[in-house]
Design a protein around this ligand. Structure first.
Ligand code: 13P
Length: 287
């Protein structure tokens, strides 16, 4: 059964580790992540962007697929199904479809409007037992065609949104989606410290987990980050492994053209990436 992310994140915050959110794109992705979480006895959050939701045939398709897999693969670790960077409308669609967690990304609204919309969703999610992620300060890079500026969130605004009763808060601290450029200045830990102080015990979310060096990840967890989002890194690993399959012309040998064989190396690559991240985040054996 899908669970809200609330309990797993509060345990992570108190235990000084982070739970990984891994974005899914299809059945293979979902299965690879769930099997790895089960093998490592780790809680996990499956992230679904609006674009990925459309790609997979709508939110209900995803809920059906994930619930089916929890049963069919005997997954017993805590799993949350979470809308990533949702609009206000998408958040309601996912709540209705059976997601156990949603992110409402109101960071592009003026703060008053972000507060107003987040408050409404706090009430709905509480009523239904779902966890809710809010965002302050846009996260840079490109996601689903939207290019964010990579702001540093204002601690006072973070405090204002955190006090509404959200479960977790994403705050920009110089992190960006996708690959980091050569001249990236790194995470702004001074800002993170201020945000952590201002928001009390709120589990903080670090977006753009791809390519952040291990020492920065550990320091961010020390400073209150309890959820880390990873997307691009699984895509890069999947594509690199798939490319090798074709370069070695394995599709021309025997039944090598069978899609289940074609996709297998990519799936193994996703599993290895998820394992590496769960070990780094410290969530192994925390189910
Ligand atoms: P990356 O693609 O950089 O790992 O970021 C993922 C993310 O933050 C999803 O919200």
């Amino acid at each position: 059964m899908l669970v809200s992310a609330k309990e797993m994140l509060e345990k992570a915050r108190d235990g000084h580790y982070a739970v990984g959110q891994f974005n899914i794109n299809n059945l293979e992705w979902t299965k690879a992540i769930l099997l790895t979480a089960q093998e490592l006895n780790s809680p996990v959050i499956l992230g679904v962007s609006e674009g990925a939701g459309k790609y997979m045939g709508g939110y209900k398709t995803i809920v059906g697929m994930v619930n089916g897999m929890l049963e069919g693969l005997n997954i017993t670790v805590p799993v949350a199904l979470h809308l990533d960077h949702g609009s206000y409308e998408a958040a309601y669609k996912c709540i209705e479809a059976g997601f156990s967690s949603v992110m409402f990304d109101g960071s592009h609204y003026p703060i008053d409007e972000n507060v107003e919309k987040t408050t409404e969703l706090v009430n709905t999610c509480k009523e239904k037992g779902l966890s809710l992620e809010a965002e302050v300060g846009a996260i840079g890079g490109e996601e689903d065609g939207v290019i964010g500026g990579g702001d540093i969130a204002d601690p006072e605004e973070c405090k204002q949104i955190a006090s509404l009763g959200v479960t977790m808060l994403a705050a920009g601290i110089g992190n960006i989606h996708g690959k980091y450029p050569e001249n990236w200045k790194g995470l702004n830990f001074e800002a993170l410290e201020k945000i952590n102080e201002a928001t009390g015990n709120m589990p903080l979310v670090l977006h753009g987990g791809t390519g952040i060096p291990a020492d920065m990840i550990r320091k961010a967890i020390d400073l209150g980050v309890a959820k880390i989002n990873v997307n691009t890194e699984c895509q890069l690993a999947f594509t690199a492994a798939t490319r090798v399959y074709f370069e070695e012309e394995k599709d021309r040998v025997g039944k090598g053209f069978d899609p289940r064989k074609v996709l297998a190396p990519g799936v193994e690559a996703i599993k290895a990436t998820v394992k590496e991240k769960m070990e780094l985040f410290g969530s192994v054996n925390k189910a």
